[in-house]
Design a protein around this ligand. Structure first.
Ligand SMILES: Nc1ncnc2c1ncn2[C@@H]1O[C@H](COP(=O)(O)OP(=O)(O)O)[C@@H](O)[C@H]1O
Ligand SMILES: [Mg+2]
Length: 228
């Protein structure tokens, strides 16, 4: 489903070039659940940006569902992101002035879904997330775990084939984090490909496959017996 070959990403900062990724080869199949692990600065977020078509490699190639990303225009990349990828971030990235419902509707607004259908789908997703009675609340009126569930509902809005979660439990207490992970894992069991970026070993152990990064390189890629 996704294949990176010899991917480098170089940032040009005031202190000179920073090679955030140094020749990544990685293939992730449809329906997989992969944890990407590594210490701070190892390139996890950079890799997520490339997997999620938020950024393109400086060198090497990335093929997303059969399509080479380097040949795509900005508009094409944006369309792929909006329709095929759901993003979940550590700090939720909800729009503070929009209700939970309107946050979940937003990706469908961009995708041109009519008002009535998107409202119905957003409500159904919030209900699935156990938030039916929070639809009209602003993010500031919700707990961290509730905010992350709104963000997951939003990620699912356009029925993506891939969910990319960057430190999705990083801002949550451990019990709430576990619930959010269980929720993501259950979505994976229903068929969505799930890639979770984390530096937390306990989170990583939930995934059947763990890829470790160090200094912008893959240093291990292992299938594992699932723990909890
Ligand atoms: N926009 C940027 N400009 C310059 N350097 C960056 C930028 N983003 C990340 N980096 C650098 O690239 C390396 C990898 O960063 P990142 O992918 O955020 O790692 P991680 O998510 O594993 O902490 C780090 O050295 C970081 O400082
Ligand atoms: Mg990061």
């Amino acid at each position: 489903m996704m294949a990176l070959r010899g991917v480098w990403k170089t940032y040009h900062g005031p202190a000179g070039p920073v090679h955030a990724l140094r020749g990544i080869d990685l293939t992730i199949g449809q329906g997989e659940f992969v944890a990407i692990m590594g210490p701070s600065g190892s390139g996890k977020s950079t890799l997520m940006h490339i997997l999620g078509c938020l950024d393109v490699p400086s060198r090497g190639e990335y093929v997303f569902r059969g399509r080479p990303v380097h040949g795509m225009s900005h508009a094409e990349l944006a369309a792929v992101r909006n329709r095929e990828i759901g993003f979940v971030f550590q700090n939720f990235h909800l729009l503070p002035r929009l209700s939970a419902l309107r946050n979940v509707e937003l990706p469908m607004v961009y995708a041109g879904v009519d008002r009535r259908s998107r409202r119905a789908r957003a409500l159904a997703l919030l209900k699935e997330m156990g938030l039916a009675d929070r639809a009209d609340h602003l993010p500031s009126e919700l707990s961290g775990g509730q905010r992350q569930r709104v963000a997951i509902a939003r990620a699912l809005a356009n029925r993506p084939s891939l969910i990319l979660a960057d430190e999705p439990t990083g801002a949550l207490d451990s019990a709430t984090g576990r619930d959010v992970l269980q929720l993501l894992a259950s979505l994976n069991r229903e068929g969505v490909t799930l890639v979770i970026i984390t530096h937390d070993e306990q989170v990583g152990r939930m995934a059947p496959r763990m890829v470790r990064l160090l200094d912008g390189r893959v240093v291990s890629d292992e299938r594992q017996v699932q723990g909890g």
